[in-house]
Design a protein around this ligand. Sequence first.
Ligand code: HEC
Length: 127
Amino acid sequence: MRLALGLERFGLHCLLMLLGLTAPPPWCWAAGLDPQLLAQTRHCLSCHAVDHKVVGPAYSDVAQRYLNDTAALTRLAQKVRLGGGGVWGAVPMPANAQVTPEEARVLVQWILQLSTPPNQATQPKRP
Ligand code: HEC
């Protein structure tokens, strides 16, 4: 569902861009990179999913966490390439050295727009 929404937004943005109605979002002009395909071919999705935790955090949770953080794009794009830990739990993310800086920005930009309302975050409710 949420994934479909993300894709819809992505498609709409690119369509509007093609019609000249809006500025092209980076993932449109970055060599036609499809962020979701990229996430697959760069193996991000073996540890991440959009809406639930796998080894790493759900991308929708990542988006939620950095909603008002204007420096997040640059910082996370770097972390994707170099790896690192200490934010979401004991397990660190290994370096993804095969990802170029441009690809990392496209991926993080995509991730950061996947936020969901706070009441849908993955925290299980306890009585
Ligand atoms: C081997 C498993 C693994 C792979 C592969 C992986 N990640 Fe991660 N990722 C993690 C883990 C574990 C964390 C949590 C790290 C932490 O707690 O700081 C994480 C965290 C993140 C974060 C949030 C970082 C933060 O500081 O909040 C982003 C964004 C991210 N990953 C994107 C990616 C992208 C994009 C790729 C593909 C290029 C990728 N990951 C591949 C395991 C992985």
